[in-house]
Unconditional design. Structure first.
Length: 104
């Protein structure tokens, strides 16, 4: 174990896992484990998937999909902001040019 790592125990579907974690990242790891545990419990309670391995894969796919969707949403938001900034910049340029023409 690296000197910057600490062992953390997480529980997922009533199983205990000891995981090496960088110091300072413990809360993030615990939150991730809680999220995964919740996803897997939801899948298990649906009764449609049998087997821990299959539940884990389905939970991982769901989380990956949510991550990619969030990235896409962020990119769309950033693109929209850039467009609005360009429009505002153009309006400011027009206003400044009109102001300069009035001074001449």
């Amino acid at each position: 174990m690296n000197a910057n790592n600490v062992p953390i125990v997480v529980h997922i579907l009533d199983k205990e896992y000891r995981i090496s974690c960088e110091k300072g990242e413990e809360e993030g790891l615990l939150a991730s484990a809680r999220l995964l545990d919740g996803k897997m419990r939801g899948i298990r309670s649906s009764g449609k998937v049998i087997g821990t391995d299959r539940m884990a894969v389905l939970a991982a796919l769901n989380l990956a999909h949510e991550l990619l969707q969030g990235r896409n949403d962020s990119l769309e938001t950033a693109a929209g902001l850039q467009k609005r900034l360009r429009v505002m910049h153009d309006k400011i340029d027009v206003a400044l040019n009109q102001s300069n023409q009035l001074e001449v």
